[in-house]
Design a protein around this ligand. Structure first.
Ligand code: FEO
Length: 396
């Protein structure tokens, strides 16, 4: 994406592709990279940039911004979000455009001061306030805790563009076109859901409130700060967000196992066979040691049932499974069926820990719980099969 791209009337994409960062937030792998989408709206009387990009991309961002401005001054920087992947260049903006004013809400300002030492030339807006650029009136809506306290979205009342910040964002760089109608849906949807499960899911109730609040706007386009821009399937993408934040999911199951020597893996395979016997066709079997948790979280969000099977390690839950359980408890998925099973040799521990997890996560638990000493015998495997069959039965 080598130049600024016009994406609506007087509106330009000035973002960048990041193909170098391996881990988003140093947590989540980026096999397809990530895009930081930034924008500028050039009105007849004033111009406004909507967010910036991550720090290392200064030259690329400036070049695009200058192309889009086409000789005009930059009057405002609208700060929808202070996280450094979008706010990374704020400090540098003032030296390039000395008359620049920073637009944010009350929760933005302490972060603006903390990260960039900026306390002057700021315009503090409230929910519903507007900024007239001449032919383009920007309306600001605060969406606190989606996913930071200062998070805000900006709506151009003239074009119907919603600059939605992290909401509706996804992993993956732009590989040609920016828009949904220029890409294959399968390419962006999975990475959008993985982004949702990792970054946004904890705040699903806030997403629901935001959807209600923004539902009164006549949104024609949604331009997020990561991933695909939406102009064709706006209703469809809103309904995806609605579905994910209401914890509605597809008929299918995830089976995750933590296994050192293959015994718990055999138990997990028996659960999968039971699911299949119940006519469940979409089954995802994951080794928790070898599959990044972001993909497991994504599919737990996608499907209605999941099973966790773990060996015991040093009297407690196998560490990668413990880490997954911690991530799930942080996000608290709802409306799903859960199966659990543990194995042990010289000390019990895994099943007790999974029972504790099941208690805390408050999902409907499907029986039987299975606990296996050393390696599973045929009766143990039949019990695991029964667990899978019952999970599948719950889906029917
Ligand atoms: Fe993409 Fe919350 O920053």
């Amino acid at each position: 994406m080598y130049k600024a791209i016009q994406v609506s009337k007087d509106t330009w994409w000035t973002g960048v592709n990041d193909c170098e960062t391996d881990m988003f937030e140093s947590l989540w792998p980026l096999p397809q990279g990530v895009a930081y989408n930034a924008y500028v709206v050039t009105g007849s009387t004033a111009t406004a940039a909507i967010d910036t990009v991550k720090g290392p991309y200064l030259d690329e961002y400036y070049n695009k911004l200058l192309q889009a401005l086409n000789g005009k001054n930059l009057n405002y920087l609208v700060i929808n979000h202070m996280e450094p992947d979008h706010a990374g260049l704020i400090s540098q903006m003032k030296s390039r455009w000395p008359s620049l004013k920073f637009v944010g809400n009350a929760k933005t300002m302490p972060l603006l001061k903390g990260y960039h030492g900026i306390e002057e030339d700021i315009i503090t807006v409230k929910d519903g306030d507007t900024l007239d650029l001449g032919g383009h009136v920007l309306r600001f809506s605060t969406v606190p805790m989606l996913h930071w306290p200062e998070s805000m979205v900006t709506f151009d009342t003239s074009t119907g563009v919603l600059f939605s910040n992290d909401s509706f964002g996804g992993f993956g760089v732009h590989e040609g076109g920016l828009f949904d109608d220029e890409k294959v849906k399968e390419r962006w949807e999975d990475e959008m859901l993985r982004y949702y499960a990792c970054i946004v899911a904890k705040y699903s109730n806030v997403v629901q409130a935001a959807l209600r609040k923004l539902g009164t706007l006549e949104i024609k386009n949604i331009f997020p700060s990561h991933g695909t821009l939406f102009r064709k399937d706006v209703k469809q993408v809103v309904s995806l967000y609605d579905k994910w934040s209401r914890f509605e999911s597809d008929n299918g199951s995830v089976v995750v196992y933590g296994s050192m020597y293959g015994n718990t893996r055999r138990m997990a395979e028996a659960v999968c066979s039971g699911l299949s016997a119940s006519d469940v066709k979409d089954i995802r079997l994951y080794d928790v040691s070898r599959t990044d948790p972001s993909y497991i979280l994504r599919d737990i969000w996608k499907f209605k049932a999941f099973a966790l099977l773990s060996c015991t390690y040093n009297t407690i839950l196998y560490p990668p499974m413990e880490a997954l359980c911690s991530k799930l408890l942080n996000r608290m998925p709802k409306n799903k069926f859960l199966g659990i099973a543990g194995s042990y040799s010289w000390s019990k521990g895994a099943l007790t820990a999974l029972q504790d997890f099941a208690e805390k996560i408050k999902l409907e638990k499907i029986t039987p719980e299975v606990e296996v000493f050393t390696s599973p015998n045929s009766q143990d495997l039949e019990k695991c099969f029964e667990l899978g069959k019952n999970l599948g039965g719950a889906l029917a």
